[in-house]
Design a protein around this ligand. Structure first.
Ligand code: DMJ
Length: 673
């Protein structure tokens, strides 16, 4: 049939004829017909009545509008996506850590440091940093998933199950495409930090915070879970019996006070962040916000409070982006400044942070060389963050002064320095152990922190390592272990503190940063030695000090231990070096050695009711004689380095972006612009 309306319009042109057959057309005949088909036909007719030109114009307009529509839809979609993502992220972070806002990445040009020495040191030619051969260049991300809150691992089996659960949960999250971690200890490539300039007006931003650009989380493995379990056990003891105090006494279920500043809690903050222990972190944060008061009439040791408290607060600020920690860091930093008011500008060892007075120890006007030269990373970073140059000025002056001092022996320094004269005292004794150790560590680390420009620091470091090689290295019998002894007025002693075991890690870090390749060889040999300081002992735990045998004797091992030296304080240095060595070589033996050490800590130092304890006798497995004290560095350093050692994620505190202070608190490297 044909349409009546078409007929009324006059004789249809041939091409106007349109015939549509179907039931709705039958229904519509003769009455009001608003059917789709009818409307379609009527429009078609009108269309056909238009001239060719009119039709072309209309078609062109339609096409134009369609193109515009497609373009604006795409860009609106993008904008909407980013708005919703952003607010989602913010909501989540707010829910997870109340009061914690995502901070902005710091992307600022890096001005030249005013006093940077750009002189040439031909003997210090840098090699290209070697690439870690093993570790897949994984997601540049620190966001391993936070373990479940209710996770209480009792057995190895539990640990395995927990890993499986994590992997399962990971899969679910991936499919939901809603991965957001509450932690974000990572510096994005474009989030460079800058060194303090001579102007230093604007306060700096934290180096690392969670961005919107989430990357794949790396699952925590079984050994890492075992470290988390150990941490939780230690934390339980601290929480139950020593909350807010300096150190746990796990056997007497009480605490000891050193400065009365919650030392363990502050030292452990960034460890909890890195481990993903959100609940514990939040609780500790509350304590910092409400109970941590520095306005106290108390004497604190400048070095210890700098590396543990100032360092801990600064790194926690960087990892979390929470300004509370920066405020507290500024407060303690200012209160420590009176220490530098000495005739020589070499700081006193002790400061009363309430009264603003400082003094040397009662028996001497000397300070320890390691102490006055191992506060620089923290004070320099405080200047960079606050824009107040006084902190950096004070500590730089110490380094410059020590650089020029006589009394060194091929770069090796004595152990004491006088705060009046500014001269070294007790000349002639050289060690890489107590009272000198971190001087060497901070030479290299400041150089790295400052973007490898301060050549005096590098020069002093390289000379010192040459000094170590020349005066302090020997090999033991029977295993021919390379060790670092001591020199006293020309006499070599085969004594080595456990503290010296920081050195292989530092050497490896230097080699990674382009320094001599033979430093890495030495690092490998010394790491083996430090491991043997554990392996050759009955409990598998190192004593505080060992003496190496220089001559082979039947039935004697390399390591000898004197009764006064056979305690173990849960120290970190060997595990620290294992961590660096694994990061840079990928050799799994370092992880296995660390695993053995963790198991021995669990076997001999773990207190069932919570916490770990130092022990008096590493040679007696049936009675290691617990000392009833858990040092804060067990949580701040030892367990943190264990966790990092067992990780295959090189971006879990990336060593090209962070430098650890001597208490294992990571601080950002000042990237060039
Ligand atoms: C820590 O406080 C620091 O590592 C320091 O540099 C040396 N002593 C302890 C750990 O052994």
């Amino acid at each position: 049939m044909y349409s009546g309306a078409a007929a009324a319009a006059g004789p249809p042109r041939r091409d106007f004829i349109s015939v549509t057959l179907g039931p709705e057309e039958v229904v519509g005949v003769g009455g009001y017909n608003n059917s789709k088909a009818w409307r379609r036909r009527s429009c078609w007719r009108k269309w056909k009545q238009l001239s060719r030109l009119q039709r072309s114009v209309i078609l062109f307009l339609f096409a134009f509008l369609a193109v515009c529509g497609v373009i604006s839809y795409t860009s609106m979609g993008e904008a909407w996506k980013s708005i919703t993502n952003k607010s989602l992220n913010e909501q989540r972070t707010e829910q997870e850590i109340p009061g914690l806002k995502l901070a902005n990445p710091a992307v600022l040009p890096a001005p030249q440091k005013a006093d940077a020495n750009h002189g040439d040191y031909p003997e210090l030619s840098l090699q290209k940093p070697p690439k870690p051969p093993h570790v897949r260049r994984g997601p540049s991300n620190l966001q391993i998933k936070a373990p479940r809150r209710d996770m209480r691992l009792k057995t190895r089996h539990d640990a395995v199950r927990a890993v499986e659960e994590l992997i399962e949960a990971d899969k679910v999250e991936k499919t939901e495409k809603s991965i957001i971690s509450w932690r974000g200890a990572v510096i994005e490539p474009d989030q460079s930090t800058e060194p303090p300039s001579s102007k230093m007006k604007e306060p700096e931003k934290p180096s690392s915070v969670e961005g919107e650009d989430q990357k794949e989380p790396v699952p925590i493995n079984e050994r890492q879970l075992a470290v988390i379990e150990a941490f939780r056990h230690a934390w339980k003891g601290y929480k139950d019996f020593a909350w807010g105090h300096d150190e746990l006494k796990p056997l007497s279920k009480s605490y000891s006070e050193w400065f009365g500043l919650g030392l363990t809690l502050i030292d452990a903050l960034d460890t909890m962040w890195i481990f993903g222990l959100k609940e514990e972190f939040e609780e500790a944060r509350k304590w910092v916000a409400n109970d941590l008061v520095f306005d106290k009439n108390v004497d604190v040791n400048l070095f210890e409070s700098t590396i543990r408290i100032l360092g801990g607060l600064l790194s926690t600020y960087h990892l979390s982006g929470d300004s509370l920690f920066l405020e507290k860091a500024k407060d303690i930093g200012n209160r420590l400044m009176p220490a530098f008011k000495t005739p020589s500008k070499i700081p006193y060892s002790d400061v009363n942070i309430g009264r603003g007075t400082a003094h040397p120890p009662r028996w001497t006007s000397d300070s320890t060389v390691a102490e006055v030269t191992s506060i620089q990373l923290e004070f320099r970073e405080l200047s960079r963050l606050t824009g107040d140059e006084k902190f950096q000025k004070a500590v730089d002056e110490v380094m410059k002064h020590v650089h020029t001092l006589s009394g060194k022996n091929d770069g090796l320094v004595p152990m004491f320095i006088n705060t009046n004269s500014g001269q070294f005292t007790h000349l002639g004794v050289y060690t890489l152990g107590a009272r000198a150790d971190s001087y060497y560590e901070y030479l290299l680390k400041q150089w790295i922190q400052g973007g490898k420009k301060e050549n005096e620091l590098l020069e002093d470091y390289m000379r010192a390592i040459e000094g170590v090689k020349k005066h302090l290295l020997q090999r033991s019998e029977p295993k021919k272990l390379t060790f670092v002894g001591e020199l006293a007025h020309g006499h070599f002693s085969a004594k080595m503190d456990h503290l010296v075991c920081f050195l292989p890690g530092t050497l490896a870090l230097g080699a990674h940063n382009g320094l001599a390749a033979d430093h890495m060889k030495l690092a490998e040999a010394l790491t083996e030695t430090c491991y043997q300081m554990y392996a050759q002992v009955e409990t598998g735990l190192s004593p505080e000090i060992v003496h190496f045998n220089l001559h082979a004797q039947k039935g004697h091992k390399d390591v000898e231990i004197k009764p006064a030296d056979r305690h173990n304080l849960l120290r970190p240095e060997t595990v620290e070096s294992l961590f660096y060595m694994y990061r840079f070589t990928g050799d799994k033996k370092y992880q296995d050695w660390g695993w053995e050490i963790l198991q021995n800590f669990n076997r001999y130092t773990r207190v069932p009711t919570g916490g770990y304890t130092s022990i008096n006798n590493v040679q007696n497995p049936s009675n290691p004689e617990p000392r009833d004290k858990m040092e804060s560095f067990f949580l701040g350093e030892t367990l943190k380095y264990m966790f990092l050692l067992f990780s295959d994620d090189i971006d879990l505190i990336n060593l090209d972006k962070y430098v650890f202070n001597t208490e294992a608190h990571p601080l950002p490297i000042w990237m060039p612009a």
